[in-house]
Design a protein around this ligand. Structure first.
Ligand SMILES: CC(C)(COP(=O)(O)OP(=O)(O)OC[C@H]1O[C@@H](n2cnc3c(N)ncnc32)[C@H](O)[C@@H]1OP(=O)(O)O)[C@@H](O)C(=O)NCCC(=O)NCCS
Length: 147
């Protein structure tokens, strides 16, 4: 998709973070009858957020979260605006997030993938390394990729 750029923001960038919050709510919570309002979001403070945008409109986000292992970073809250899915934006954001993780010194990325998104991550080189488990009421697997 042309005209789409990525950049990283901090959750301290309140205007951008508010838009990210709204997109996460729309794409990741409302469709399954949940709300971020009911969750402890204090962990967000530790995250770097990769966003995709075009003409000032937020099209997608993914958050990079530290783990207990310094060389391992976790991707979470991956969401592309419904009108813009399947146009390459997710792939673009994962590439930008991987670069950011490398820059931060990580040697491996992990993530919890919804089963409905497992093949998306497989296409981008992620391998499934767990059995299926339930998170936010949905089946997930742990996936990882060396950098
Ligand atoms: C899953 C999601 C992040 C993918 O982003 P996207 O911008 O739609 O994906 P892209 O257009 O970059 O797709 C890249 C490739 O993966 C494929 N793909 C995209 N979503 C897929 C899915 N859910 N399952 C299988 N393949 C998928 C695309 O067809 C494309 O394949 P191609 O290169 O052969 O053409 C996005 O669809 C989304 O936000 N979905 C709803 C929320 C969600 O499931 N988030 C992930 C939670 S773990």
């Amino acid at each position: 998709m042309t005209g789409v750029t990525t950049r990283t923001i901090s959750v301290k960038d309140t205007d951008a973070y508010r838009k990210v919050y709204d997109l996460r709510e729309e794409v990741l919570r409302q469709p399954i009858g949940l709300s971020l309002k009911d969750e402890d979001l204090s962990g967000d403070d530790l995250d770097t957020v990769v966003i995709a945008e075009s003409g000032g409109e937020l099209l997608g986000c993914v958050m990079i979260h530290p783990t207990h292992e310094p060389s391992v970073l976790k991707l979470r809250q991956m969401a592309v605006s419904p009108a813009h899915q399947k146009k390459g934006i997710g792939q673009l954001m994962i590439a930008a997030a991987e670069e950011e993780c490398k820059r931060a010194g990580a040697g491996r990325i992990i993530l919890h993938a919804r089963l409905t998104a497992e093949d998306f991550y497989k296409k981008l080189g992620y391998a499934t390394v767990s059995d299926t488990f339930t998170e936010v009421g949905l089946p997930h697997v742990v996936m990882e990729k060396p950098l």
